[in-house]
Design a protein around this ligand. Structure first.
Ligand SMILES: Nc1ncnc2c1ncn2[C@@H]1O[C@H](COP(=O)(O)OP(=O)(O)O)[C@@H](O)[C@H]1O
Ligand SMILES: [Mg+2]
Length: 302
């Protein structure tokens, strides 16, 4: 068994004149929760559909669970919650799970038990025998999530899974994603919601106009520490020795430093140089700040 859940080289998708995905090369390890983050229209859904073998790439190649993308055997090991989940909505929640469970080869008691377990997990036992077309958007999303987990997949693709959910529903999805990871399942999460990604992902890739523009390891948190200083006069040379000067105006300086150890060193150097230091605060860059820095203000997420 390969250690990689996904590996792609130069995947590209063109729809007529429109280049939806320019050049996608990425790897995803087994058991990793991977966030694919970008504004609407960045090519997230198109990328995911290529990985699932639902649309043919214009160029490039890749493997999913160690086999070429589109491979039939692999499909049985994959779960998928589409962005606009609208399957057979005349069925009840339970009937929908039975139907999709049968497609995965589940039968009899095993199928009933799995459906019950998932309905309980997504908090739909009470509504299980009502038709889905009477469900709220959040309930529809949750039954879709249950559907994606029927086959106990090795990798789950979730396309904007929380966009229709209230805060409780979002919490449920977060917990579920953590459970999946703890059980060794890989998760590929498409999202334009930074909070969701920040709360759940091990690694994040930012996409813009079909290209990966930035990659972030959430465990390492290499995106640094930002310091705001209030000083009289800006000793630029001295500051540059301690970090990267981001901005300064009216005696307020913003500087990026590598880690916390830089703070006392910086304070000492400032005082020694005769600079009067009126304030010093440090904070870790949030995912949103990183996103805006990488994407530009025009790409503010929804
Ligand atoms: N079937 C299609 N035909 C033509 N253009 C498409 C099609 N699917 C997606 N696109 C275009 O490709 C770009 C990327 O879309 P999509 O992958 O859905 O982005 P995202 O999921 O990041 O919002 C968009 O400009 C979209 O309009
Ligand atoms: Mg999309």
């Amino acid at each position: 068994m390969t250690a990689l859940a996904i590996e792609t080289h130069g995947l590209r998708k063109r729809f007529g004149e429109k280049l939806a995905v320019a050049d996608l090369s990425l790897t995803l390890k087994r058991g990793e929760v991977f966030g694919f983050l970008g504004p609407n229209g960045a090519g997230k859904t198109t990328s995911l559909k290529m990985l699932l073998g639902l649309i043919e790439p214009t160029a490039g190649s890749g493997t999913l669970l160690g086999r070429p993308i589109g491979d039939r055997v692999t499909r049985g090991r994959v779960g998928f919650l589409p962005e606009h989940f609208r399957f057979q909505d005349w069925l009840t929640g339970r009937e929908l799970l039975r139907f999709h469970g049968k497609l995965f080869g589940l039968r009899g008691r095993a199928l009933e038990a799995r459906a019950d377990q998932l309905l309980a997990r997504v908090d739909l036992l009470d509504a299980a025998d009502r038709p889905i077309n009477g469900y709220s958007k959040g309930m529809t999303q949750r039954v879709g999530l249950a559907q994606a987990l029927l086959n106990e997949p090795d990798i789950v693709f979730l396309d904007e899974p929380t966009s229709g959910l209230d805060p409780l529903g979002r919490l449920l999805v977060r917990d579920l994603i953590r459970e999946l990871r703890d059980g060794g399942t890989s998760v590929f999460l498409n999202s334009h919601l930074l909070g969701e990604v920040e709360a759940t992902c091990d690694r994040v890739v930012f996409v813009k106009q079909g290209r990966v523009v930035h990659e972030l390891d959430m465990a390492v948190r290499t995106h640094g520490l930002e310091v705001e200083l209030r000083v009289d006069g800006v000793p630029e040379r001295l500051l540059a020795e301690h970090g990267t000067l981001l901005a300064h105006a009216d005696g307020v300086v913003r500087l990026r430093v590598a880690d916390e150890e830089a703070l006392p060193r910086l304070a000492e150097a400032l005082v020694r140089s005769g600079t009067r230091l009126y304030g010093m605060t440090a904070h870790r860059r949030s995912l949103e700040e990183t996103f805006l820095a990488v994407m530009g203000e025009d790409q503010r997420p929804g």
